[in-house]
Structures are given as C-alpha cells and as structure tokens.
Design a protein around this ligand. Structure first.
Ligand code: ADP
Length: 163
C-alpha cells in the first residue's frame, strides 16, 4: 500500500501557507490527498467545486497530489479512502487549541486514526484564508500570500460582490 496521508481543510481559498505544508508533506509521504471540506460552518466564499478547481490547477503537474472533496466526518472519509493518516498545519496557540480538541474528538471517533502536525515555516505563520480575503477586499494584491491564479479568482469574487 502507498504511504499516503490526507491533508484536509476548508481551503477557502488555499494560501501559500497551505501549499507549503502540502509541499513539505510530499517529502514524507508518497502521495497526499488534499481534501476540501464541504460542510464547514465557516460560510465559505468559494463553492467546494471552485476550491477543488483552484487546487487542481495549482497541483496540475504533481502526480502524487490528488484533489478531492468530502462531506461529513473526516474519520469516515479517511476510512473510505483507505488511509488512517491525516496531515495538518500548525501556526500558533490558537491552532493548537483548536487542533488538539479536534484530534481528541477524531481519536475518540476512530482510535485507528493518526493526525500528524507540521509546524508552519515562520514566514507563513501570519497567513490565513480569512486575512487574505480582507487584504483583497481592501485593495491589496495578495502577492506572496496566495497563488496569482487564486488572487485573480478572489478579486473577481470579492470585488464583483461588493459592486
Ligand atoms: P480548517 O477549516 O479545517 O481549519 P483551513 O483551510 O483553515 O481548514 O486549514 C487547513 C489546515 O491548514 C489546518 O491544519 C491549518 O492549521 C493549516 N494552515 C492554514 N494556514 C496555514 C499556514 N499559513 N501555515 C501552516 N498551516 C496552515
């Protein structure tokens, strides 16, 4: 069986911080399944399909990255995909508090699941999908924070919505 893990998240939109975790994860795993969460309580700006499309475009030349979307419990999705390893990124204490709760809940739901955390590189610690939406809304370029294609799609969405 392939040494693979699931990198799950909202990716609304994907940031350079997410891409860094995925890139570094590929040095450890043969394959990563990047799984877009559909039923997030975060009121997303992009549809799951749009988030999948952006990630597919970013990783189009990377055969060992599969983009997918999932609904419901992550542990059930992991079981369906035949993997028990989840890779997540950690930026700060806020992430730690949230992630430790989620890890314990997931472990309670399925004791086979293993969640690995990779510390962000310092230069990406300030990046989040929500801060990037603010930057673009107020006229910033997003350069160095998001892929240029994502910046274009975000501008289209946010600036069109505010007209
Ligand atoms: P979720 O809604 O599941 O938290 P996100 O898309 O916000 O989804 O984040 C997915 C994962 O990526 C989480 O583990 C999050 O901590 C991590 N992450 C987000 N931004 C960064 C970043 N700048 N550096 C490292 N990890 C990050």
């Amino acid at each position: 069986m392939q040494n693979q893990a699931i990198c799950a998240g909202s990716f609304d939109p994907p940031t350079i911080g997410h891409l860094n975790i995925i890139g570094r994860g590929l040095k450890i795993f043969d394959k990563l399944i990047v799984a877009v969460a559909i039923n997030t309580s975060k009121d997303p700006i992009f549809t799951p399909q749009e988030r999948v499309e952006m990630l597919e475009e970013i990783f189009k030349d990377q055969e060992n990255v599969e983009i997918d979307a999932f609904e419901g419990l992550l542990v059930n999705y992991a079981k369906k995909r035949g993997t028990n390893t989840i890779l997540r990124g950690l930026r700060n204490l806020g992430d730690y508090e949230y992630e430790s709760q989620m890890a314990l809940v997931n472990k309670t739901l399925d004791s086979d699941i293993e969640i690995l955390y990779m510390m962000t590189e310092g230069k990406y610690a300030h990046l989040s999908s929500s801060i990037i939406k603010e930057v673009i809304t107020f006229g910033g370029s997003g350069c160095g924070m998001i892929h240029p294609m994502v910046a274009g799609r975000l501008k289209e969405k946010l600036l069109k919505e505010s007209k």
